[in-house]
Design a protein around this ligand. Structure first.
Ligand code: TXE
Length: 480
């Protein structure tokens, strides 16, 4: 049985209240670990450690900070197999995905922000005609909170932590209680890399106890959060009276818009990935697929053939395309949407059922599912399912599909398939989303702004945007 501990002031600690949560393995449904359910008292202990570390850390040279972050990155790379196995076991994702995407990206997060901080600079403005010079300082905030979800556990956890500490802050970070293991293992890597005690404190527990204690703490001045929209609403409500800085990356219901003039084979291959990668549990997955009517039937046949060929299996099997969903509760949620589709009379073209895997009968497996919907107003097109379920429907004109793409409360990302430049410009300027991919999906450059609009959140992560979030801006005007 694995016992996960909090990492506070460079020490591994039990929760003060001695309250624990079971940690499940999604591949077989068995309990294999215990996670602290930390309380206010643990958060206070972490806060005191972070507060104590801040004066020195914020004055550490950029070269030194950069060196430590890059060392963390190298240590993650050196332990790739170990971390990938842990991530796959904890989350249910195929091991090859954890090994090729999750852990390499966690390492890249530290390397990228370790390098980027050496290039981040302040601005100066000469106020011509008034004998004055303004300069703008961007100073670390102090103690900040980072809260991350279960779908890309170490990948998203480090996406927040790396820029926060690179910018000179001290951090209290909470991974999802559903996938705590790789965050726990990161503590040891930080010690090996020589990160001073208290700079990063990793505290485990449930959202409504540990998470709530972080957001309610009056001296944790900024919160970077990725997770569900409902949780984001609660965080905004709690944080507003304290004027905390907030970055909220929330849910999505992203359109994947396919025009007949696209590169068909490339589109088909990528659409399978953008629908079902990571069991469809990525906030950027294109879960509403709109296809130009002239190629609708061809697409439907070809797509379904490819989806049926996807292998649902144990995450450790190298041939597995679709692993286990993250939890029993989440499996139930995904299943409930298939029931809704049936009740609403929508056509389930393939999938729609749980899968029983030999020797792992209690695992949380679900078939990749394609549902044909009659309109964009149905619940399946309006609500985030966050699993291996996509809808398809035809459209006739640009205006019609644009209207449907935007007629949803979310605005995270969109994917567009076309070879027309004119159409690309018209669509991309009018789609309501923070991130748009044209003729590709999930092609990431860490310098670019990342985040959504509408119910998908506020603020942008990535590149210097992340440093702007994790710093306070101060302007100084000197009259000479
Ligand atoms: O997310 P939660 P859940 C969506 C997806 C999914 C739904 C719910 O639709 O089905 O959200 O997932 C912490 N104060 N996304 O319930 O609860 C929690 O402990 C402070 C989209 O897992 O939002 C965890 O660390 N923190 C998404 C984190 O918030 C709180 C990824 C996310 O959990 C808290 C995941 C509170 N009161 C789910 N309550 C994306 N955008 O990528 C919970 N938390």
């Amino acid at each position: 049985m694995l016992t996960i501990k909090n990492f506070i002031n460079g020490e591994f600690e039990n929760p003060i209240s001695n309250d624990w949560i079971d940690n499940y393995c999604p591949a077989n449904g068995e309990i294999y670990g215990q996670t602290p359910n930390s309380s206010k008292a643990d958060i206070e202990q972490a806060y005191q450690a972070a507060k104590k570390a801040f004066p020195n850390w914020s004055q550490t040279t950029l070269e030194e900070r950069s060196k430590i972050l890059i060392r963390i990155s190298e240590l993650l790379e050196a332990n790739l197999q170990y971390f990938a196995e842990a991530e796959s076991k904890d989350n249910g994702k195929p091991i090859h995905l954890a090994k090729s995407v999750d852990i390499p990206r966690a390492a890249s997060n530290f390397r990228f922000f370790g390098n980027a901080i050496t290039q981040f600079s302040s601005e100066s403005h000469e106020t011509v005609g008034k004998d004055a010079l303004n300069f703008t300082l961007r100073q670390p905030i102090g103690v900040v909170g980072c809260i991350s979800p279960w779908n890309l556990p170490l990948y998203l956890f480090t996406w927040k932590i790396a820029p926060a500490i690179a910018a000179g802050n001290c951090v209290i970070a909470k991974p999802s209680e559903i996938t705590p293991v790789t965050a726990f293992l990161l503590g040891d890597i930080c010690l090996q890399a020589g990160l001073p005690n208290g700079v990063l404190n990793i505290v485990h527990g449930l959202g409504n106890s540990t998470g709530q204690a972080i957001i309610e703490h009056p001296d944790i001045k900024a919160i970077s959060f990725t997770g569900g929209t409902k949780t984001g609403v609660n965080i905004a409500r709690v944080a507003a009276p304290m004027f905390k800085k907030l970055s909220l990356e929330l849910g999505g219901k992203n359109p994947n818009i396919i025009f007949a003039d696209c590169d068909y084979d490339d589109m088909l291959e990528t659409t399978v990935r953008s629908s079902f990668a990571n069991q469809g549990q990525i906030c950027l997955c294109g879960s509403r697929i709109f296809i130009e009517a002239s190629i609708y039937d061809t697409f439907k046949n070809d797509f379904v053939k490819k989806v049926k060929a996807l292998k649902v299996g144990h995450p450790s099997n190298s041939k597995t395309d679709i692993g286990a969903l993250v939890s029993k509760g989440h499996l139930e949620k995904v299943k409930s949407y298939v029931n809704i589709a049936e009740n609403e009379g929508e056509r389930i073209i393939c999938g729609g059922k749980t899968v029983s895997i030999e020797d792992y009968k209690n695992g949380y497996y679900f078939e990749p599912t394609v549902i044909e919907v009659p309109n964009n107003e149905c619940r399946l097109n309006q609500e985030e399912i966050f699993g291996p379920v996509v809808t398809i429907m035809p459209f006739n004109t640009e205006e019609e599909v644009l209207q449907m793409a935007n007629d949803v409360k979310y605005g995270l990302s969109a994917t567009l398939w076309t070879n027309s430049l004119k159409r690309t410009m018209h669509m991309t300027t009018n789609i309501q989303a923070g991130i748009i991919w044209v003729n590709t999906w999930m092609l990431r450059d860490l310098r670019t702004p990342f985040g959504g609009i509408k119910a998908s959140g506020i603020g942008r992560e990535g590149g210097f945007e992340a440093f702007r979030f994790f710093t306070e801006t101060k302007n100084v005007c000197i009259k000479y």
